[in-house]
Design a protein around this ligand. Structure first.
Ligand SMILES: [Zn+2]
Length: 222
């Protein structure tokens, strides 16, 4: 791909030529299974466990075929074609986070620093979306009950919440349900019931990275 692009960069930028990507490689069952294991069966963005009802999407953090800085902009090509099969650029996401919200969006704080081809270095970019493999999301996003907010109003946290639709009602409903269980367990402990030690173990497990909505659970119990 790099050679093809180097031969005719303008054609790829104008969309006269485009790359074909092989989903049989980047979304191969073995890739999905490895991502599922690495992500504890959770969507990389909303922390929902979806594997029991959906395959999920192998999502490219930096969009492979074209990107948008803003939702209402036309697609800019050719995208981050050279990262289409890069492990560090692949995540498993629920179909809602990927298809309804993130899509081809990849906003940068400084759009002029956008990497346009394999000849440039993506580490020069300052992405507004949090990279699940690089950033610690809890430094940027916290929760009031089930509602996510950007810590100290930081731009990356806010953009990630907005772009990924992390305040969507259906997700909030699941999160509320989850917190009601957390709250019930906490009461079992506070009231020193015979079940307290079992409840404590369960709460500990729910706060580990493998737990669904662990970031919210940790914030709630802090
Ligand atoms: Zn999701």
């Amino acid at each position: 791909m790099s050679t093809a692009y180097s031969r005719a960069p303008r054609s790829y930028e104008k969309g006269k030529k485009s790359f074909e990507f092989d989903a049989g490689i980047y979304a191969h069952e073995s890739v999905k299974q490895a991502l599922l294991r690495a992500q504890h069966g959770k969507c990389a963005f909303c922390e929902s466990k979806f594997a029991h009802i959906s395959y999920g999407d192998v999502e490219h953090f930096r969009p492979k075929a074209g990107w948008r800085q803003e939702e209402d902009e036309p697609l800019s090509r050719p995208g981050y074609y050279w990262l289409a099969y890069e492990w560090a650029n692949l995540f498993l996401a629920c179909t809602l986070c990927n298809q309804q919200f993130k899509k081809n969006l990849f906003p940068l704080q400084t759009p002029s620093r956008r990497t346009r081809s394999h000849k440039e270095d993506v580490t020069e970019e300052d992405p507004l979306l949090l990279d699940p493999a690089v950033d610690n999301p809890e430094a940027f996003i916290s929760f009031r009950e089930e509602v996510p907010y950007a810590v100290d109003g930081n731009a990356r946290g806010e953009t990630t919440i907005r772009t990924l639709g992390l305040r969507r009602e259906a997700l909030a409903e699941q999160r509320r349900r989850h917190l009601s269980h957390v709250e019930a367990l906490r009461q079992l402990i506070e009231l020193r019931t015979p079940e307290a030690s079992k409840a404590r173990k369960l709460l500990q497990r729910m706060q580990q990275d493998s737990g669904e909505y662990a970031a919210m659970t940790r914030a709630f119990l802090r």
